[in-house]
Design a protein around this ligand. Structure first.
Ligand code: C5P
Length: 222
C-alpha cells in the first residue's frame, strides 16, 4: 500500500469503531468500517429471503451489490445500492445473522478484495476482525482491542438506552459472547490477534484514553 494503514481488530462491541473514527478524524485519514460491509450484505439477504447459510446465493447477491462508505461532517453513512442503511444495519436481526453470512469463504474473499482497494488509494484506519491478520498483513500499526464481556455489554446497554430502546443487559451479554465465539471458531480468517498487534485492554479506559494510547503507538512508528 502507498498510504499509511492502521488496523484495529477485536471482539464485538470493544469500541473499535468509535475509536477508529476518532483516530481517523485526528489524523485526517479515511475510516473504513468493514463490519458495516458484512452487515449491509446481511440486511440485503434478509430482505431478499436468502438463507444466511447459503453461500452460493449470498455470493451471487454480493456480486450484484454495491456498498459505499461515505464520510460527511464527522459521520459515516453506509449506502447499500445507493440506499442509506446506516441505521438499519445495526438492528437486532442483522446483528444476530451477520456472523453466519461472514463465515463463508466466497463472501470473505470478495469483501477483502473490496477492502484492499481502499487501502491502495488512501491513508486509512480500518476496523474489523481480520484486518491485521489478513486484509492488511503489512499494516503500519496493528491494534487489538479487548474488554470484558460485562463491560462491553454495559457499553451497548447505555448506547441503546440513549437511542431510546429498552435493552436487556443479560441478553446483550449473551449475544456478544455468542458472536465472539462464532467469529473466533470459524474456519476462514477467524478473529485472532495478529502476532505483531499491540493488545489494549479497554475495560477501565475511556474512549479518549484509548485514542491517546493508539496515537502514541502511531507516533512511535512514524
Ligand atoms: O464490527 P461489527 O460488529 O459491525 O461486525 C459485525 C460482524 O461482521 C462480526 O461479528 C463478524 O462476524 C463480521 N466481520 C468479519 N470480519 C470483519 C468485520 C466484521 O467477519 N473484518
Amino acid at each position: 500500500h502507498k498510504g499509511i494503514a492502521i488496523a484495529i481488530d477485536g471482539p464485538a462491541a470493544a469500541g473499535k469503531s468509535t475509536v477508529a473514527r476518532k483516530i481517523a478524524d485526528k489524523l485526517n485519514y479515511i475510516y473504513i468500517d468493514t463490519g458495516a460491509m458484512y452487515r449491509a450484505l446481511t440486511l440485503k439477504a434478509l430482505n431478499n429471503d436468502i438463507d444466511p447459510n447459503n453461500e452460493d446465493e449470498l455470493y451471487q447477491l454480493l456480486l450484484d451489490t454495491t456498498i459505499k462508505l461515505t464520510q460527511a461532517e464527522q459521520t459515516q453513512r453506509v449506502l447499500l445500492d445507493d440506499t442509506d442503511v446506516t441505521e438499519a444495519i445495526r438492528n437486532e436481526e442483522v446483528t444476530n445473522n451477520v456472523s453466519t453470512v461472514a463465515k463463508h469463504r466466497l463472501i470473505r474473499e470478495e469483501m477483502v478484495e473490496r477492502q484492499r482497494q481502499f487501502v491502495q488509494e488512501n491513508n486509512i484506519v480500518m476496523d474489523g476482525r481480520d484486518i491485521g491478520t489478513h486484509v492488511i498483513p503489512d499494516a503500519d500499526v496493528k491494534v487489538f482491542l479487548i474488554a470484558s464481556v460485562e463491560e462491553r455489554a454495559q457499553r451497548r446497554y447505555i448506547e441503546n438506552k440513549q437511542k431510546g430502546f429498552n435493552p436487556d443487559l443479560e441478553k446483550l451479554k449473551q449475544e456478544i459472547a455468542e458472536r465472539d465465539r462464532f467469529d473466533t471458531e470459524r474456519e476462514v480468517s477467524p478473529l485472532v490477534k495478529a502476532e505483531d498487534a499491540v493488545e489494549l485492554d479497554t475495560t477501565s479506559l475511556s474512549i479518549d484514553e484509548v485514542v491517546e494510547e493508539i496515537l502514541k503507538i502511531v507516533e512511535r512508528k512514524g
